[in-house]
Write a protein that binds this ligand. Structure first.
Ligand SMILES: Cc1cc2nc3c(=O)[nH]c(=O)nc-3n(C[C@H](O)[C@H](O)[C@H](O)COP(=O)(O)OP(=O)(O)OC[C@H]3O[C@@H](n4cnc5c(N)ncnc54)[C@H](O)[C@@H]3O)c2cc1C
Length: 450
């Protein structure tokens, strides 16, 4: 095979630094047993074009890594040329339009948000600050207050893409509009390398106000039935989540182990506004059983992000799955019960995330959502526990399928459980666009178990 001449770093299987680089592209402590032929740590857009042309000329398929946060390690594919974008970290803001141009490996919370904050601007990036915007936006992007503000990808106004032909094109609503349509929902099945996202930013919310309630597990049925009956009536400025998690509680609260946590975060102009819109949550029928009851306290994105980091520690082994849940509370609440009440390890947690009332989606590849997003994050430290933890997760997801209408790519792993992730018509259209832009399958598509 000829040399791959780029300004960045090229590592081939067998090179000394290869294995550390291969493991390092995946954030999850559970590393895939898949081995790319070449890892190309590109330095700039020109390198990307060179790498794509090289793969094409040498019969290699391409996989891509931006922020490395895909739970399933989508970027690590056998015998591929892995294009690692992590060294590309540029971003800029057009003050006149509020449009930010951002490289895909930029971390949404840790890097992009402080940059936008300096300029008084905001983008609804991912909850955990270390997630790269690349994979996040391509799959839709469940950012802050997805319930009220919609998917982060709805604010992507354009993308620069290196196509399978080795051409750098700009795609937006008027130019390569099919590619632009695909780039908002195709996720890890996208057939090109996005080198820049163009993001419509907004004015920053002025105040963040939160309510937090912690309940014993015994409140499960009453609490989740009430949440499901109530959530669509809450203001759309509120992000509402309910979790089974082991929260850090002060010793004076006599409770050990997992609990049910309801957290409502209002993105508003004033503390008074936040207080008023959070008030309906005080009608919770099990409020008198709350172990912790915080109503309408001022908070900040930094504090909210610190909690995300605490809940998602790096270095552990993760198995994650999710479902778009639908149905009456009498069907949904029992179907989710074991997922909330039988967590297999103290670090694991289960999430109920309100999307109600559902907003209509624009015309883009992303096309599945229901009123409730449900996800399980199974975390453990020792490889010897893999079978137990993965088995527990698989069983729970089987129980949930009865009330599920598909899944979100972001928290999925098709190697474990493939399931419907786009509306049928959208999947069909996506495959037609793929055939047009990548007729010979140069880019890896979705990763299923062999
Ligand atoms: C701790 C943690 C918290 C998370 N929180 C959230 C959250 O709040 N909301 C949410 O929606 N998701 C969340 N996720 C899921 C996360 O958004 C997805 O896993 C996403 O794919 C991560 O993007 P990445 O660029 O970091 O990952 P990568 O592993 O680098 O990318 C995943 C795949 O996306 C594709 N891809 C990425 N960049 C490009 C590109 N430039 N061009 C073409 N294809 C590309 C490739 O197929 C790549 O293999 C979280 C994940 C973790 C680990």
């Amino acid at each position: 095979m000829t040399e791959l001449n780029i300004k960045g770093i090229v590592l081939r299987r067998g090179d000394e630094a290869y294995e550390a680089a291969r493991r390092g592209v995946v954030w999850n402590g559970r590393k895939p047993k898949r081995y790319p032929a070449i890892i190309a740590k590109v330095a700039d857009e020109e390198d990307v074009v060179t790498a794509v042309c090289y793969a094409k000329a040498n019969g290699l398929k391409i996989s891509i890594r931006a922020g490395g946060h895909s739970w399933a390690g989508w970027s690590v594919r056998d015998e591929s040329l892995l294009i690692d974008l992590s060294a590309m970290q540029e971003m800029s803001l057009d003050a006149a339009t509020g449009i930010a141009k951002v490289n895909p490996a930029v971390k949404g919370g840790e890097v992009l948000d402080p940059f936008l904050a300096e300029n008084g601007r905001f983008f609804n990036g991912g909850h955990c600050p270390t997630v790269g915007i690349g994979g996040f936006l391509l799959q839709g992007g469940m950012g802050w207050n997805c319930r009220g503000w919609g998917w982060a990808a709805e604010n992507v106004v354009g993308v620069d893409v290196v196509t399978a032909a080795g051409e750098l094109v700009h795609a937006n609503a008027n130019n390569h509009s099919d590619l632009y349509w695909a780039a908002r929902g195709a996720g890890p099945g996208f057939f090109g390398v996005v080198t820049n996202f163009y993001l419509q930013t907004w004015e920053r919310p002025k105040a963040f106000v939160q309510s937090t309630y912690v309940f014993p597990l015994s409140c499960y049925e009453a609490l989740f039935t009430w949440l499901q009956e109530t959530h669509s009536y809450l203001s759309d400025k509120i992000e509402l989540v309910a979790l089974a998690i082991t929260p850090p509680l002060p010793p004076e609260i006599e409770h050990e182990g997992p609990a049910l946590v309801v957290h409502a975060l209002a993105f508003v102009d004033t503390l008074e506004e936040g207080t008023a819109i959070l008030l309906p949550l005080e009608n919770c029928p099990v409020l008198d059983q709350a172990l912790v009851h915080v109503f309408a306290a001022p908070t900040s994105l930094a504090e909210e992000r610190a909690e995300q980091i605490r809940a998602n520690p790096e270095g552990l082994r993760y198995a994650v799955d999710n479902a778009w849940v639908t149905g009456a509370p009498s069907a949904v609440v029992p179907a989710l019960q074991n997922s909330f009440l039988t967590l297999p390890t103290p670090q694991s947690f289960t999430l109920w995330f309100s999307m109600a009332p559902l907003r209509e989606l624009p015309d883009m590849a992303l096309s599945l959502q229901t009123e409730i997003y449900f996800a399980i994050y199974t975390l453990w430290g020792d490889e010897a526990d893999d079978a137990h933890c993965r088995g527990w997760l698989a069983e729970r997801m089987r129980e949930v399928e009865a009330v599920s209408d598909g899944l979100y790519l972001g928290d999925s792993d098709f190697g474990e459980r493939p399931f419907k992730f786009l509306a049928n018509a959208n999947l069909q259209r996506l495959e037609q666009i793929r055939a047009q832009y990548d007729p010979n399958g140069l880019f890896h598509s979705y990763l299923y178990a062999k």
